[in-house]
Design a protein around this ligand. Structure first.
Ligand code: SF4
Ligand code: SF4
Length: 153
């Protein structure tokens, strides 16, 4: 009986993550408070990573989201600008305003980081695991009808 409940629970969990939340990965693990995500930050605005200083200045003027007012450009690489946050206490490695941290920080890490080629910080206590196995995805794809020549043209 226990096994039956476990299977039902797993199926519901999978459905919820795949169909409702539209996720591809389960986020596992927990925050070990290393502080690494408060340093060397990429910031996505309207779906893409902020890439230039000019773009960032424009966003800051147009958007009063307070997070933009307390981050500073420290570097740049192929993905985009790299920021640090003035609310990060480098000695204690803690957020000085943890209670009021913005949603970008509350939701970190989310699987969206993969969409622009970024990865989790090495020290991060979280990890991601695919919701569907390779076999499940492959079996779904192979069941789809193959379009014939007339349909393609
Ligand atoms: S607001 Fe706090 S949690 Fe967010 S990046 Fe800054 S220091 Fe980190
Ligand atoms: S990098 Fe990961 S473990 Fe470290 S503070 Fe950020 S969320 Fe927590």
């Amino acid at each position: 009986m226990k096994l039956l409940y476990k299977n039902i629970y797993e199926k519901l969990k999978k459905f919820y993550h795949l169909k409702i939340l539209k996720r591809h990965y389960y986020r596992l693990g927990k925050c070990n408070k290393c502080g690494a995500c408060c340093e060397n930050i990429y910031v996505r605005h309207n779906g893409s990573v902020i890439k230039t200083k000019e773009e960032f200045e424009k966003i800051k003027k147009e958007d009063d989201y307070s997070f933009y007012q307390h981050i500073k450009i420290i570097n740049q690489d192929d993905f985009g600008l790299i920021f640090e946050c003035s609310k990060f206490d480098k000695e204690k490695r803690l957020c000085k305003d943890h209670k009021n941290r913005p949603s970008i920080c509350r939701n970190y890490p989310s699987e969206e980081i993969f969409s622009f080629g970024a990865q989790l910080q090495d020290k991060c206590g979280y990890n991601f695991t695919p919701i569907q196995s390779f076999e499940e995805i492959f079996s779904k794809i192979s069941k789809k009808p193959i379009k014939n020549f007339e349909q393609i043209n």
